[in-house]
Structure formats: C-alpha cells, structure tokens
Ligand binder design. Structure first.
Ligand code: NAP
Length: 491
C-alpha cells in the first residue's frame, strides 16, 4: 500500500490522487487540533495511519512517555485504520488499546538511525507482540548492501507469512523502498512532493508512481539495475523504466551505488531479489568480469562489461558501449578506413576501440597513462601512446576524434581540427568541453547522449532477448534529450 506521509492535514495534488493511504506524523504537526483532526477523518475515504513518534525512536514528540500514551489513547477515539506504535511500548498499554479499540490495527515499529544490524531476524523476533497486526522495521543503510539485505529479509519473512514493512533510510536506502511491492513490503511510505522529503532516500509519490510504476510492481516483477559509483546522475532509470512500460514488460530498473569490494555480496543477493539484468558503470566495468560468465571471445578480449543478463539461472556479461558508439557515429558517417583518434583507454574506450576496429576503422589510441593505450593498441594492431602524441596526430590529420575520458577537455584545444567529426561520450556537456570548443570552430559535433541512446537500446535487446527494438528509439531519444536539456548527467 502506497502511503503518503503528512506533517499537516493539507493534502495537495498529486498526493490526493496517487496515495492509497496517508500517515499523519502527528509528532511533526505544529499543533494538534482535535476538531480539525475529527473533520479530516470524517472527510477521508482512504486508510489513515496515526503516528506519534517519541524522540527515542527518531520522532519529534518530546513530552514524557506517560503523557504520550494518554494522548495516543485520546487519538484512538478518532478511529484511524492503523496506529503505528513503537515495538518497545509498554505491553500493558498495548493490551488495553487493542481491547478498547479492536478495529484499529496496530503496527509495531522499530527505527535504527545508525545502521542496519547484521541479524535482522533477531531484531524482528524481539519486536513480536500479540497486539501487533503488522510490523515496520526502518534502519539506516550505510551501503546499498544494507538496503538489499533488508529487501531480501522482507521477501523471506513475507514467504513465512509475516506482514512486514522493511525499509532503509539514507541515500543508499532508496532501492529498498522501490522494491517494496516486489519483496512484499506491507506498506511503502512516500513524500507528498519534493519540498516535503523528510530524509534522504525518501521518494515522492509522483516519482514512485510515474518513473517506477509502483502500483504495477508485484512479486513477479523482474528487477534490472545500474551498478557503479556514482550512479545518482545517471538517466538510466528514466530510459529503461519508460522502455519497459512502452513494451508492456513487467520489469523495473533501479540504481544501486556499489563499490568493487561489495560485488561478491551483491552477487549473492541477486537471485533472492529477482534481479535479471544489470547495467554496469565505472568503476565496476572490469571488476565485474570475474563474477559472470562471458559467451563470446570479443567480450572476453575487451575485458570490460557494461551489461549483465540472466539465462538458465546463470549471469552472463556483455558490452554494448562499442555498438552504442558505432551506431551513434553511423548516423553521421561511415567509419570504414577513417582515421579515428580515441582519447582514453578505460572501460568504455576498450569496448569502443574493439567495435571501431571490427568496423575497419584506422585507429589511434591516446591515453594519459600511455602504457594502457599501447597495450590496447597492440591487442587491436592499432597505434597508441600518450596524450603528448596528440599534436603529431593533429598535423597528420584525422577524420574523427572521440573523447572517452570523464574530462571535459583532455587535450590542448588547438589540436582539435575544424574539419573533423568530434564525439564526446559524456552525456552532459559542460561549458569548456571538447564539443563546445568544436562548435565554435565549426567542427561537426556528436553529443554523448547519441551513444547512450544506442547502448541502452542494445541492453534492452539483450535483456528481453529481442532482435529489433527500433520502435522504442524515438521514445528513448525524447527522454534522453529532455533530461539532458534539464541538465541531468549520465553516469
Ligand atoms: P574508466 O574506465 O575509469 O576510464 C577513464 C579514462 O579516462 C581512462 O582512460 C583515464 O586515463 C582517463 N582519465 C581519467 N581522468 C583523466 C584526466 N584527469 N586526464 C586525462 N585522462 C583522464 O571510465 P569509463 O567507464 O571508461 O567511463 C569514462 C566516461 O565515459 C565516464 O564519464 C562515463 O560516464 C562515460 N560513459 C558514457 C557512456 C555513454 O553511453 N554515453 C557509456 C560509458 C561511459 P588513465 O588510464 O590514465 O587513468
């Protein structure tokens, strides 16, 4: 059930239409006006949860416990559908409330603002009391693994027949909220709008409903995710969720910030969370390789993956960066026999270099760390070296220059030829970028979002095992261009 959390009795659009129920955080209300509350309860047709959280559980109610319990009893006379009471509340009080107000369903809650304990089972067992209809466990996620552990725990408890909402707080906790209906969370709590997000990790009811299609998610929904660090700026969640929706695919795409050392534990959680595929961004493109199977020799040789897909219970790696870049270039030129200078020799550059070589381009790879460029060039029988060779390449002449580093201007601007095609694979261009300079001198420029569009469509093809997906191209293009215009960056 999608619950919008309110700090006052005012419900505005779109919360009024999108919410399936409301939680009144009465401890956060500026003033408790019983007459106004009575009127509100009489006017509302959706279920309402009352909460009067004490300071010891992270709430704003500062009075003595005895006074709080008296107030709770008085509030029960307004007959909310649910009352959220801390699991450590006096059992005698809980017993009295459940006897006197049998129609109010009590939610036993526990909050930990420091961490997500290792033994969630133990914590959950300690909360058990016969008066509670359901439970809520909210803990701080200090990593994405904490959030995924919580989601996996909820799924397990749900299978055992418990009614439990398990969510994690903090930026890394966001994913535990989105996956709620998939793992079987009893409730999901959302902010009415961006101005009322109470804590990092809380999403607005509009984002949950429109981007993630929250009310359509269910136990069978397939989960796809972007992993890497950073992932916040990526627009993958906008593109892939819209693509799933347009194709009528029961799947959701989330972003998970993950460090290389967390990959083994992450892998152990994949199946319990119904994760069917991944996009992989830096710095994990090479680190992920030992954890998946790779079918084709070329991907093995590239040694960097940006896509993981599942087949017959196994996870396989693929690379769509190369196809993405090649397709983006093909919209403007044929690369065969063209002299192409590739700046960078990292994960993305490796995929692109292999694709360009396969398309019979004449490749020169230049990198800050010259040795890495030389190694990649030797693999491909291409030329390669340090960035100091750029001047020489400029004088020799090139047809295409591609920046694959995250740096706006990795070379001296005077080495940029106005008669060349310039491509920068970074989606969002800053002011002093290669492309902004290129435009000034009249070079033909290709924005990084072109590659992003094609590599994302390739990922959809791999995940959904479809040969052609050209029909979703206009949709993906519109989403990416709109996001870029708004200043959203790709990770
Ligand atoms: P990566 O594996 O970390 O490689 C980074 C590359 O940039 C390396 O060659 C590195 O050189 C170079 N570099 C880093 N800092 C530099 C600096 N200060 N000066 C000069 N060179 C520098 O990263 P990646 O996965 O290849 O991603 C690179 C960029 O491409 C990211 O910004 C990513 O968002 C973007 N990308 C875009 C798309 C798309 O679809 N448009 C797809 C993939 C990636 P050293 O070897 O010397 O460290």
């Amino acid at each position: 059930m999608l619950i919008v959390v309110l700090n006052s009795l005012k419900i505005s659009y779109p919360a009024d239409t999108l919410a399936q129920g409301f939680e009144l955080r009465l401890d956060c209300f500026a003033k408790l006006d019983f007459d106004a509350l009575k009127q509100f309860m009489a006017s509302i047709s959706k279920p309402v949860i009352f909460t009067l959280r004490p300071e010891r559980q992270g709430g704003r109610y500062l009075g003595r416990e005895a006074k709080r319990l008296t107030l709770i009893e008085k509030l029960c006379s307004l007959h909310p559908a649910f009352f959220d009471l801390e699991a450590d509340t006096d059992p005698a009080f809980l017993s009295r409330i459940s006897q006197n107000y049998p129609t109010i369903k009590l939610i036993g809650s526990f909050h930990n603002f420091l961490n997500t304990p290792d033994n969630l089972n133990h914590l959950f067992e300690e909360m058990q009391k016969p008066y509670f209809f359901a439970y809520k466990l909210a803990t701080m996620a200090n990593s994405s693994i904490d959030a995924l552990r919580m989601a996996s725990f909820v799924r397990q408890k749900r299978a055992e027949g418990h009614r439990l909402t398990g969510l994690t707080m903090g930026q890394e906790g966001e994913v535990s909220r989105i996956l709620g209906p998939i793992v079987g969370n009893f409730m999901c709590y959302a902010a009415p709008d961006a101005a009322h997000i109470q804590a990092p990790g809380q999403l607005t009811v509009a984002d949950l409903s429109t981007i993630y299609r929250y009310r359509k998610l269910n136990a069978a929904t397939a989960v796809y995710a972007l992993i890497g660090d950073p992932v916040k700026q990526s627009l993958g969640h906008l593109v892939h969720n819209a693509a799933f929706e347009a194709q009528g695919v029961d799947a959701v795409y989330v972003k998970i910030r993950l460090k290389a050392e967390e990959v083994p534990e992450f892998k152990s959680l994949l199946k319990s969370l119904n994760i069917k595929g991944l996009s992989v961004t830096m710095p994990l493109k090479e680190a992920i390789v030992p954890f998946v199977l790779v079918k084709d020799k070329e991907t093995l040789a590239i040694g960097a993956l940006n896509t993981v897909f599942s087949e017959d219970g196994e996870f396989y790696g693929a690379n769509t960066d190369g196809v993405g870049a090649l397709e983006a270039l093909k919209q403007f030129t044929n690369v065969k026999d063209k002299r192409i200078v590739l700046i960078g020799a990292g994960g993305a550059a490796r995929g692109i270099a292999y694709a360009l070589k396969k398309a019979q381009a004449n490749l020169i790879i230049l990198n800050r760390t010259a040795n890495k460029a030389a190694i990649l060039a030797a693999e491909l029988k291409a030329e390669g070296g340090g960035l100091n060779l750029m001047e020489q390449e400029c004088l020799r002449g090139y047809d295409i220059l591609i920046n694959t580093t995250p740096i706006e201007m990795p070379i001296t601007p005077s080495w940029i030829r106005s008669d060349a095609i310039l491509m920068d694979i970074n989606v969002q261009q800053k002011e002093d970028s290669l492309l902004s300079y290129g435009r000034q001198i009249g070079a033909h420029c290709i924005g990084g979002y072109e590659m992003f569009i094609f590599q994302a469509i390739e990922q959809q093809k791999i995940w959904l095992k479809r040969k052609f997906l050209e029909t979703i191209q206009p949709l993906v293009r519109t989403i990416v261009q709109t996001a870029v215009a708004k200043g959203v960056k790709n990770g």
